[in-house]
Design a protein around this ligand. Structure first.
Ligand code: DON
Length: 425
């Protein structure tokens, strides 16, 4: 039944596959040499389960998606006060490489623009640029759950052409916002931007943030909850640069894009998404990446203002009420991640069960995607010669007019009697 979610991802990719809008970044010459058709999406739930579609093994450079992670690491290692003295938390509405600081404090306005990111890289612990970079690489690797590496060609290409960032680094030094050698800070930043990832690495890094700083796969805590909260807040307000307002209203998930074509979004408490498509719009964001995120948000109901409560554990209890008849008691909000969890649990149990009774009287809220996923579950069970029904006394999940062929009862006893009767038992 996990194939239902897989199908959503495949369909969304197919819907946008033919779009050729946008162009490769070429101000870093090496980025203009990549295959523009690469296209991938990966989604990891906070229990560690991953869905993938498209070219999910293709590696690309992380670029600006590194910024929230180095910012988080700076907060974790240097502390909030030290970081806040050097980097603000205000959106700029400017381009990512704007040569600007807050005119009052002389600090970069936030950590998602290049000025703030170079300042964050300078705050890494370590007495040499190599040591500071190793600290960053180890941390990103712990978030992704595998050892990441640098693309030396992209690193050299940006280093050879990055005079704008050099101007920013020296400007920061002149305002007293950078300790040490500006070229060293810049070198650490340029290297971090050249770290290679796949869309699945991004989904894993995103879901580490969604889990409040714990890598869902390894179980390792890599950040404190307070640091994650701050990082996501800055991503939400500044992550998409001058396109942020539009993004927050239409997609509604903290996000970060990179000129390598990656896009990472986080739905706190629920999931992380990584998308790859290297053609960019004028603001430096992946065109198809943004389209995929818009479609995912709309189709799966992922806007953070409509999914405010945590639903990691939608299944409160399970019990067998007759041979092969299992009741799943659901509670909380039955939205995309809750329905996905129910589907996957039923699938895992399927060898032992013939009949699934979903008892949803403890569900507070539901939406269309969850309803259609439950319909899909019933259909999959039916195809396997099994059956599924709902106990929904208040019609919270199955509102009037929805899925008219659904089998709904008011109590588990009523459902069980009908099921046993139907199966001639
Ligand atoms: O500093 C730069 O210009 C690049 N290394 C990163 C810029 C970037 O990814 C902006 N995001 N969309």
């Amino acid at each position: 039944m996990a194939e239902l979610v897989q199908r959503y991802l495949d369909e969304i990719l197919a819907e946008h596959r033919d779009s050729t809008e946008g162009r490769l970044a070429d101000y870093i010459p090496e980025l203009a040499t990549v295959d523009p058709s690469g296209f991938a999406v990966s989604l990891q739930l906070t229990d560690g389960f991953v869905y993938e579609s498209g070219d999910t093994a293709t590696e690309f450079t992380i670029q600006s998606i590194s910024k929230p992670f180095t910012y988080a690491l700076a907060l974790e290692r240097a502390g909030f006060d030290a970081v806040d003295a050097r980097i603000g938390v205000e959106p700029t509405g400017e381009a990512f490489n704007e040569i600007s600081v807050d005119h009052r404090t002389k600090a970069p306005k936030n950590a998602m623009i290049n000025a703030g990111a170079i300042a964050a890289a300078s705050l890494m612990p370590g007495s040499t640029p190599q040591a500071r970079f190793e600290c960053i690489l180890d941390f990103y690797s712990a978030c992704a759950g595998r050892t990441l590496e640098v693309d030396e060609d992209v690193y050299r290409s940006e280093k050879a052409t990055g005079s704008r960032n050099r101007a920013i680094a020296y400007m920061l030094q002149s305002f007293g916002m950078l300790d040490g050698d500006p070229d060293e800070a810049l070198d650490v930043y340029t290297r971090q931007c050249a770290i290679r990832v796949t869309s699945t690495d991004l989904a894993r890094m995103a879901s580490t943030l969604a889990r409040g700083g714990r890598n869902p796969q390894s179980g390792q805590r890599v950040l404190s909850g307070a640091v994650v909260q701050r990082t996501l807040a800055v991503m939400m307000t500044c992550g998409m640069y001058d396109a942020t307002g539009n993004w927050v209203s239409s997609v509604g998930m903290p996000a970060k894009s990179g000129v390598g074509g990656g896009l990472l979004t986080v739905l706190p408490g629920q999931l992380g998404i990584g998308v790859y498509s290297p053609r960019l719009d004028d603001t430096g964001n992946s065109v198809r990446g943004a389209k995929v995120c818009r479609s995912l948000s709309a189709r799966l109901g992922l806007h953070f203002l409509s999914v405010s409560r945590e639903s990691r554990s939608i299944i409160r209890a399970t019990r067998d009420v007759a041979a092969g008849v299992r009741v799943y008691e659901l509670h909380g909000d039955l939205l995309f991640t809750g329905a996905e969890q129910a589907l996957r649990t039923v699938e895992e149990d399927s060898a032992d069960i013939e009949v699934v009774i979903l008892e949803v009287s403890g569900v507070d809220d539901s939406n269309d995607v969850a309803r259609s996923m439950l319909a899909g579950m019933r259909e999959s069970l039916r195809r396997a010669g099994k059956e599924g029904c709902l106990v929904d006394p208040d019609r919270t999940v199955l509102t009037a007019g929805s899925a008219s062929d659904a089998v709904v009862y008011s109590t588990v006893e009523e459902a069980l009697a009908a099921v046993l009767d139907r199966r001639g038992r």
